[in-house]
Design a protein around this ligand. Structure first.
Ligand code: TYM
Length: 328
């Protein structure tokens, strides 16, 4: 059975972009793959986090995994920091990474742009992410489009290690949705929808009140042409809304185009708002049930145990190959 691994940072309110780009595929892949899904708290602290917010957001992401339909009997769900092997392999991966390749990472460039001082953790972030993946010898990595470059680096590091220390790591493949791999901001279709955005109207949070979601969709930017047609280059705003529609309903992009043929944006946006609200309401109901039930910490404990067993095996073999004296 192929192995799947992915993670989401608890660094803000999860958005519908995180769901469409990543979580929806976590749910899909769990049925016929061995899956590991983390809450990457060690990555979140590469930018300053207020401790109480980090704590709450970490539990939120874990509860949203369950609410979205990830089954803890199928997939290991765990906090990255509960499996300390990640940090240890992260260090080993840092030592085989080059400054130049880390400097080229667009996420690093974006997050450090215009800052007087930049945390070193942000710089070595991709080496830890490579460790997250390689420690399970994962085959498939479900992510959105913005993680492609990090995955390319992970593949380079896997190949570099294999070349230096003998074939060992599986070289992973990204698993990216065809439509919706990059959900854009509602107010500016040149920017991706981001959970760390300061503009509330730019994003649909999975835990937004449905009334707020309806309002945000009705105010979302569109073009002047008023034709519901999927054309991400020339009509990025409406194409983005169509991607959201397709992923929260069972209609394809072609079916949405046909449904709104000859209509203006008003009816389309109204239906989209209802569609998203009716998708989000049951998700939120399950989320609140999970938070109330107290099951979360048991799930995280057993997830971490499963993950640790697999991770320790890899780490031992990596250290042995690199020449470390192993305890006897
Ligand atoms: P993060 O927390 O920024 O995002 C989590 C996942 O959501 C996807 N995503 C999007 N997809 C479509 N449209 C958007 N607007 C959008 N915004 C975010 C991301 O691509 C991602 O898949 N570095 C990772 C976390 C990570 C990780 C890993 C992922 C750490 N270790 C190992 C995979 C494997 C990140 O910052 O994701």
């Amino acid at each position: 059975m192929k192995r799947v691994l992915s993670g989401i940072q608890p660094s803000g309110q999860l958005t519908i972009g995180n769901y469409i780009g990543a979580m929806q595929n976590f749910v899909k892949l769990q049925h016929d793959h061995e899956c590991f899904f983390m809450i990457v708290d060690l990555h979140a602290i590469t930018v300053a986090q207020e401790p109480a917010a980090l704590h709450e957001q970490s539990e939120q992401v874990a509860a949203l995994y369950l609410a979205a339909g990830i089954d803890p009997n199928k997939a290991a769900i765990f906090m990255q920091s509960h499996v300390p092997q990640h940090a240890e392999l992260g260090w080993l991966m840092t030592t085989i990474s080059y400054m130049g390749e880390l400097e080229r990472m667009t996420q690093f460039k974006d997050k450090s742009e215009g800052k007087d001082s930049v945390g070193a953790g942000l710089f070595v972030y991709p080496a830890l992410m490579a460790a997250d993946i390689l420690i399970y010898n994962a085959d498939l990595i479900p992510v959105g489009d913005d993680q492609k470059q990090h995955l390319e680096l992970t593949r380079d590091l896997a190949n570099r290690f294999n070349h230096r220390f003998g074939d060992f790591f599986t070289v992973p493949q990204p698993y990216i949705p065809e439509v919706g791999a990059r959900i854009m901001s509602l107010d500016d279709a040149s920017k991706k929808m981001s959970k760390s955005s300061a503009v509330a109207g730019s994003l649909i949070a999975l835990l937004d009140d449905p009334a707020v979601i309806r309002k945000k969709i009705s105010r979302a930017k569109t073009d002047m042409e008023a034709v519901v047609k999927y054309d991400p280059i020339n009509k990025p705003e409406i194409s983005n809304l169509m991607s959201i529609y397709a992923h929260t309903s069972d209609l394809s992009i072609a079916e949405i185009e046909a449904k709104y043929d000859g209509q203006m944006y008003g009816p389309f946006k109204k239906d989209l708002a209802e569609q998203v609200a009716s998708f989000i309401e049951p998700l939120q109901a399950r989320y609140h049930e999970v938070r109330k039930s107290g099951e979360l910490h048991d799930v995280l404990k057993s997830g971490a145990e499963r993950a640790q067993a697999a991770a320790q095996q890899t780490l031992d073999e990596v250290k042995r190959r690199m020449g470390f004296v192993m305890p006897r």
